[in-house]
Design a protein around this ligand. Structure first.
Ligand SMILES: Cc1ncc(C[n+]2csc(CCOP(=O)(O)OP(=O)(O)O)c2C)c(N)n1
Length: 336
């Protein structure tokens, strides 16, 4: 199976938006670095899974969708949520468990949602987010809407049965679903190639009778084109598409993890030859769209946005303990 990477030119991409894509990637990188540091300082209760290195996946995928399309995520989803336009302060406050968080401090790092912005939630059950996206895609068909739904899951998720049940149903029912396997090489400490039978995850998916492609997930433009094509297909009744995006996480599975399953050399190789931000900057520069001053301005703006978010999260109140049972179920809401 070939890996699709975009060519040197930026034909077919919305040129006016390209610098905003870069800003989104810079923001995600900075957010994740700071969130990781704050977790190590004890500010973030529960687990925190950084997606540093995976910025092109989130930004390319979300930019390939319409803003009213639906996305669901995984336990590692800060980048998906930020790319979908959730407020930076609200996301960080959610990590802190504060009342101003995007779900009122009840979800934390692994449960980020904002239905108005089309973020139908990240969650900690490996592979489950794809089922939420599949349900969302079915809902759009029932409603007669032309929105599509994109569900992210990892290479670890691709070795769970539920993922293939969702892919199968979406294929049989021709749902407007984009199934996105974010293959970052490892599931906790397990190298995906050592536990994935067959040629690849994408090759396995093709057996369900839907278009399935392996894409260079470090190339934001290639991701954008693949998702855009899949969205158009879903929107026009053509059914689901499966995309395996090849990427890499620079940090451990979760904050503070002691890494014994890969070498520093491996990380350095990815960082120096395939970094998604550096590659995109080089390309924008080559096309005359970016110069060092503009990059500095955008980097500083991303840092300032994250600094503001930290202040906002620090100064925000904790949720009122007397509301702890609210929203637990429809049963408690009805007052019975
Ligand atoms: C159903 C289920 N089984 C096991 C776990 C424990 N667990 C949490 S993350 C993870 C690995 C996930 O790997 P992958 O899907 O590749 O995502 P990545 O962490 O690489 O983004 C596992 C096994 C879980 N949360 N849910």
């Amino acid at each position: 199976m070939t890996i699709a990477t975009s060519g040197p030119d930026l034909d077919g991409t919305p040129q006016a938006e390209l610098l905003d894509w870069l800003s989104d990637m810079l923001l995600i990188r900075r957010f994740e670095e700071v969130a990781d540091e704050l977790t190590l300082r004890g500010k973030v209760p529960g687990g925190m899974h950084a997606a540093i290195g995976q910025e092109a996946v989130a930004v390319g995928a979300v930019r390939g969708l319409r803003s009213d399309d639906i996305v669901s995520g995984t336990h590692r989803s800060h980048h998906h949520a930020l790319a979908k336009g959730l407020p930076v302060g609200g996301v960080l406050a959610e990590l802190f468990g504060k009342a101003t968080g995007v779900v009122g401090g009840r979800g934390g790092s692994m449960h980020l949602a904002d239905f108005e912005r089309g973020m139908w939630g990240s969650n900690g059950i490996v592979g489950a987010g794809l089922g939420i996206a599949m349900g969302a895609a079915l809902g759009q068909v029932v409603k007669g809407s032309d929105q599509v739904a994109l569900g992210f899951f990892g290479d670890g998720g691709a070795n769970t049965g539920r993922v293939w049940e969702f892919v199968n149903l979406a294929a049989v029912w021709k749902l407007p679903l984009i199934a996105v396997c974010e293959n970052n090489v490892y599931a906790v400490e397990t190298m995906s190639s050592q536990v994935t039978g067959g040629e690849s995850v994408a090759a396995r998916a093709a057996g369900f009778g839907l278009p399935s492609h392996q894409i260079d997930g470090q190339d934001v433009v290639a991701v954008y084109h693949a998702v855009r094509e899949a969205a158009e297909r879903g929107r026009s009744g053509g059914g689901p598409t499966f995309l395996e995006l090849l990427t890499y996480r620079y940090r451990g599975h979760n904050s503070g993890e002691v890494i014994r399953y890969r070498t520093e050399d491996e990380v350095t190789r990815w960082r120096t030859s395939k970094d998604p931000i550096e590659r995109f900057c080089a390309r924008l520069t080559e096309q005359g769209l970016l110069d060092p001053d503009e990059l500095d301005r955008r980097t500083s703006a991303a840092h300032a946005q994250v600094d503001d978010a930290v202040r906002f999260a620090e100064e925000s109140p904790w949720p009122d303990p007397s509301t702890a049972a609210e929203n637990v179920s429809a049963w408690t809401r009805s007052g019975r």
